[in-house]
Design a binder for this molecule. Structure first.
Ligand code: C2E
Ligand code: MG
Ligand code: MG
Length: 580
């Protein structure tokens, strides 16, 4: 990259790369100077930068951007006719002569550099790349960048696919997007958005135990449009907030009118887009509707998508707390589609998990996806979180799920989403569960305590391997707190104690005496599966004292015994900074 003779005003103030304006000028110049060279423009977006800003502060976020800028400059400084710029925030762009192999090679190098950064920060900083091969020289550079951006957006948040090339299909989608955007407001007013309901069934007794409200757009000019097409557009332009509020209100109306007619309506779940979480009135709107239609808060359930958790964890946790205060329940939708996976279970007080078979691979014999499904169902079980599997299409899937102990399903095998009248008919012809309480997800444990501990241990093995984690057993009667199993990383952080310390440690031996009561209290106050206990305390080993941030949730209760799952982060450095 040639930087000679360029005034500093052409450089981005935060990073060492060019500004967007200078990029536009210089890129045009290269295209004109090299008419026989095929160039490409690649936009790259840093996923989860918000998370870094939230967790480590803006300064660290800026440092990440600087690092990425540096790595781009280093890679391209030897490449003739290349340019690197920052368009805004976490969006970079580069231009270089196009050869698929070379460009993908540069991308791999950038990803390797960023992987190194991710390890340092313990946040998986994924990058997405959108490539536009500039084979129409007279297109303005800004439009070329928009095309690279369209390609980028098509995979943003997709953890399997990091690179997308602009193609004509994308151009068509861009045209559709304009059409949808121009028609959406009138469509809402004209009631073109219609709600379909898809039943949820119990696998134990086939009863209808719930339903999901799914929106459809029936447009007089465009026909029936699937939400997969318009929801992402509405999420981008913010219209989703209006549409969702409409869907929630229509669902409340449906519940209240039909209960008043004496029809046995099951609890109905509505989807809450990740964008809704940015609406400061969200909780007020939802609880206001429940009050307005005088329905039991358990009758309107909410589905939050896992990707929302990834993007705005703090926001989501705060909202969940408030929703719970109003007696409503929240399921985590599309669990397993994003990266957060088990972290969600650790931190997030969800009332249920929805696992979509489509995220687990198609083939019936796909051993890996079966393993994932099995472990997620088991994990949910031990965390006391009911799970429902959606996308169930065949009897083979139903039988397999039954064998795993899964109790709730939703999918075409039972019923497709259907319009209101059909759904009323459906629930009058099927048995609807009479209880609005969450169905007890699993059989009561009938083992003796020893067998019970053993099975908790083996089922929780994957949980334990994920973090500085350990599992505790609280003997209810004498209030002793004992570690019954812990991950290797926990022992490493304890100075690599040997195996004999591993099991059955009485916590009073390792917790700093002054902090003991505080720790006991944290555990004692947890009596349900929603509550997450948090406590800052010291542990002592040999002559060292370390500060840890402890987070605990209840895994299982058995008579007077309780098993907790806890994670610990070593925060000694931070405490030292604050003079503790
Ligand atoms: P979702 O919430 O995960 O909904 C499940 C999707 O799976 C629905 O697609 C449903 O029709 C489909 N499905 C159900 N059973 C099966 C099956 O057995 N096989 C297959 N192949 N698919 C099945 P749909 O209705 O097209 O909705 C797609 C997504 O659009 C939803 O995914 C949800 O994220 C979003 N969505 C739908 N309605 C709304 C809404 O009112 N508000 C918001 N924010 N998002 C919505
Ligand atoms: Mg859903
Ligand atoms: Mg889903």
């Amino acid at each position: 990259m040639d930087t000679s003779g360029v005034e500093s005003k052409y450089y981005d103030t935060l990073t060492r790369v060019y500004t967007k304006e200078y990029f536009f000028i210089q890129a045009r110049k290269y295209l004109e100077e090299q008419p026989n060279t095929e160039f490409c423009i690649v936009e790259l977006d840093v996923n989860r930068l918000t998370m870094i800003n939230d967790m480590y502060g803006l300064v660290e976020g800026d440092r990440v951007l600087k690092n990425i800028g540096d790595s781009l400059v280093n890679i391209f400084q030897e490449v003739p006719y290349s340019l690197v710029a920052r368009i805004h925030a976490d969006l970079f762009v580069f231009m270089c002569p196009y050869s698929k192999n070379e460009v993908e090679g540069y991308i791999r190098t950038i990803e390797d550099n960023v992987r190194f950064l991710s390890q340092r920060l313990s946040v998986d900083l994924l990058l997405s790349f959108g490539v536009y091969v500039a084979n129409e020289a007279d297109v303005p550079i800004s439009s070329m960048c928009e095309r690279a951006n369209l390609a980028l957006k098509s995979i943003k948040g997709n953890y399997m696919n990091h690179i997308a090339y602009f193609d004509t299909e994308m151009r068509k989608r861009a045209v559709d997007e304009i059409e949808i955007t121009t028609k959406m407001n009138a469509a809402l007013k004209n009631k073109e958005f219609v709600i379909y309901y898809q039943p949820k069934h119990s696998l134990d007794n086939e009863q209808v135990i719930g339903a999901e409200a799914l929106v459809r757009w029936i447009s007089p000019s465009l026909g029936m449009i699937s939400p997969a097409k318009f929801i992402p557009i509405f999420e981008n332009n913010g219209f989703i907030m209006k549409l969702d509020e409409y869907v929630w209100e229509e669902t409340c109306r449906f519940i209240s009118e039909n209960l008043a007619r004496g029809i046995m309506v099951p609890p109905i779940s509505v989807n809450v887009s990740r964008v809704d979480l940015y609406n400061p009135k969200l909780v007020e709107i939802i609880t206001g509707l429940v009050k307005k239609y005088a329905i039991n808060p358990k009758m309107l359930k909410l589905e939050f998508t896992e990707s929302a958790y990834t993007e705005s964890m703090q926001q989501m946790l705060a909202i969940m707390d408030k929703i719970h205060e109003h007696g409503m329940e929240i399921d985590m939708d599309d669990f397993g589609s994003g990266y957060s996976g088990l972290n969600v279970l650790k931190d997030c007080p969800v009332d249920g998990l929805k696992i979509d078979l489509k995220f687990l691979g198609k083939s019936e014999n796909d051993v890996k996806s079966k393993k994932i499904l099995t472990s997620v169902i088991h994990m949910a079980k031990w965390l006391g979180i009911p799970s429902i599997v959606e996308g169930v299409e065949t009897i083979e899937q139903v039988n397999h799920l039954k064998s795993l102990g899964c109790t709730m399903v939703q999918g075409f095998y039972y019923a497709k989403p259907m319009p209101t009248e059909d759904f009323i008919k459906y629930i009058s012809e099927h048995e609807v569960s009479s209880s609005i309480e969450t169905i007890k997800p699993f059989e009561e444990t009938v083992l003796n305590p020893d067998e019970w501990y053993e099975s908790v241990e083996s089922d929780c093995e994957p949980l334990l391997e994920m973090h500085h984690s350990y599992m505790l057993f609280n003997r209810g009667d004498n209030n002793e707190l004992e570690i019954i199993r812990a991950s290797d990383s926990f022992y490493e952080s304890m100075g690599g104690r040997d195996r004999k310390y591993r099991e059955n440690i009485d916590c009073s031996h390792i917790i700093y005496p002054d902090d003991l009561n505080k720790v006991y209290k944290t555990f004692d106050e947890i009596n349900d599966y929603h509550t997450i206990g948090k406590c800052l305390h010291r542990i002592v080993y040999d002559d060292n004292t370390i500060w840890v941030y402890l987070k605990v949730r209840l895994l299982e209760k058995y008579e007077e015994h309780k098993v907790f799952f806890a994670t610990m982060d070593d925060v000694t450095d931070a405490m030292n900074v604050h003079g503790y």
